[in-house]
Design a binder for this molecule. Structure first.
Ligand code: BYC
Ligand code: FE
Ligand code: FE
Length: 483
């Protein structure tokens, strides 16, 4: 049967996986659906749910035109199940089954390994929406509010994507896992989200933009490696999710860039050139550059933790099984088995950070993290250009990978942003210079006043260069429902 490119609407759940003739899975999804809607409706504040938002909805998996823009209320968003088209003759790209036909059903021996990865992936998606649930109330513009909600509904769809895999391929325990994805919640004491970064607060819009820049980028890298999976339905799902992911990182990069722009513009108008004179800059109602650096360091290091241990048997097993590949696996020129090759990992030995050559198989997480760091560096350079252009002497930097870590070789070590091991006293004393403090948070929060006039922007953020879907500057991206 030919692959379906366009979404079919003959069931409640838009899909291109022929759900209407897959009664068992359709029934399971229909049973799960009300719980999902209930989760969504309880999450986002009511008057925002009633507002008309100019959103894109995926209506096809054709790269040339997969999305349609229109006004709708978020609860009416059509969360669909979309898999990228099957690639003719696709084979398992790596590990001991390399070259065999990709699996269309779950390989029994890897069932638990596969299920665990799908559950972890699925757990992050609703976690992020929970973290961002109140930001609409302080949106700096309708444009930004719309982008927030676009990211939110798509993360909701990513949850659907993983729930579909669990319900279609993992029987009864898949259905239980799907229910648990709605039971856990970000920051909860009894049932928190699985990975640390998804239990942190996203208290303000600077955090939101840093999160979408750094943490959604972990999402991109993990999805890229799952898109290499020998389990074809997972690969196809992740390939389509990546289409949506690009916008999330765009929101993050341009959001931070626009905050920096507003800061340097305000400094220039006031004749300030010293970025370290925090109070004078804050008096202008913009966010000072050192505080932006602290937020950057926080979100970057939280995201590094999402790559797991530098040396990992789990990761070696997943690669060897062909369940998870490397970033751009098919473009790497080696044997894709890694039995005899080595890779350099960062480690901590004799109280120093060192590079150590280990089995490449065990270093799969480290390699993905290295690819992530390279990918993340690009935007930092572009942010620094905005600062340079304004003639201000300040440079944003990624801190050393050993700083502020909770997972891996550097977990809980008193290492500063330059990678130097300190005494625990010196480390504690330095923290307020390196990571956001309560008073930094209070200051940012004081700026978080909603700005809901079409075409208007809060003072601390510059307008975007172009609109969404080529809309003009004063376009009303959200028609607010005033309760
Ligand atoms: N927090 O051998 P290791 C996204 C555990 S983001 C808590 O390194 P592995 C998104 C680990 O589970 C992408 N625990 O493990 C972004 C293991 O426990 P067990 C999400 C952690 O499996 C923004 C033990 O420590 N997707 O999509 O190689 C918005 C040993 O560790 C953590 C994925 O992550 C942690 N940070 O690596 C919305 C893809 N790290 O099993 C969405 C799926 C490690 O010994 N996940 N542990 O009890 C994976 O591929 C891997 O599970 C990990 C961990 C990379 C996360
Ligand atoms: Fe996602
Ligand atoms: Fe995302």
């Amino acid at each position: 049967m030919a692959d379906v490119i366009n979404v079919s609407y003959d069931t409640q759940i838009p899909n291109n996986v022929n759900l209407s003739s897959d009664r068992k899975v359709l029934k399971a999804l229909e049973k799960w659906h009300p719980g999902y809607l209930d989760w969504w409706n309880r999450l986002i504040p009511r008057n925002l749910q009633q507002s008309m938002v100019y959103l894109r909805t995926a209506v096809s998996v054709d790269p040339k035109g997969w999305a349609k823009f229109d006004y709708l209320k978020m609860p009416d968003y059509r969360w669909g199940i979309l898999l990228a088209p099957r690639l003719e003759g696709r084979t398992i790209p790596c590990g001991e089954h390399k070259g065999q036909p990709a699996w269309q059903e779950v390989p029994g021996e890897y069932r638990n390994l596969l299920k665990r990865l799908i559950v972890i992936q699925g757990d992050t998606e609703p976690g992020s929406v929970e973290q961002q649930r109140f930001l609409g109330l302080t949106a700096p513009s309708l444009y930004d509010m719309r982008n927030l909600f676009q990211v939110n509904v798509e993360e909701g769809r990513h949850l659907w994507a993983m729930v579909y895999l669990l319900q279609k391929y993992f029987g009864k325990d898949g259905r239980e896992e799907a229910d648990d994805l709605l039971r856990r919640s970000s920051g909860s004491d009894e049932a928190p989200r699985m990975l640390g970064a998804f239990n942190q607060e996203t208290p303000d819009w600077l955090s939101f933009f840093m999160f979408t820049y750094f943490t959604d980028r972990d999402g991109k890298m993990q999805l890229e490696s799952l898109a290499q999976s020998g389990f074809d339905p997972l690969s196809r799902t992740c390939r389509f999710m990546l289409t949506e992911e690009a916008h999330h990182m765009f929101v993050g990069e341009t959001g931070v860039g626009r905050i920096i722009q507003a800061t340097v513009d305000a400094m220039t108008r006031a004749g300030l050139t010293d970025a370290s004179d925090i109070n004078k800059v804050r008096d202008l109602s913009v966010i000072d550059l050192p505080t932006i650096q602290k937020k950057l360091s926080l979100h970057y290091t939280l995201s590094l933790d999402l790559f797991g241990q530098e040396i990992s048997t789990n990761a070696a097993n997943a690669f060897n099984a062909g369940i998870k590949g490397r970033y751009m696996e098919s473009r790497i020129e080696d044997d894709h088995l890694l039995k005899d090759s080595t890779y350099k990992v960062l480690d901590f030995e004799n109280n120093q950070t060192v590079e150590r050559e280990v089995s490449a198989l065990k270093a799969i997480n480290m390699r993905l993290r290295d690819d992530y760091v390279k990918d993340a560096e690009g935007g930092i350079g572009r942010w620094n250009k905005i600062i340079n252009k304004a003639g201000i002497d300040f440079e944003l930097k990624l801190p050393h990978q050993a700083f502020n870590r909770k997972i891996g070789a550097f977990a809980h070590k008193p290492i500063d942003p330059e990678g130097q091991l300190l005494s625990s006293e010196a480390y504690s004393a330095g923290l307020s210079d390196w990571l956001p403090t309560t008073s930094d948070g209070d200051f940012i929060e004081s700026l978080m006043q909603p700005c809901y006039e079409p075409g208007q922007y809060a003072r601390w953020i510059a307008p975007p260069r172009v609109g969404i879907d080529n809309k003009p500057g004063d376009f009303e991206y959200v028609k607010l429902h005033m309760a």
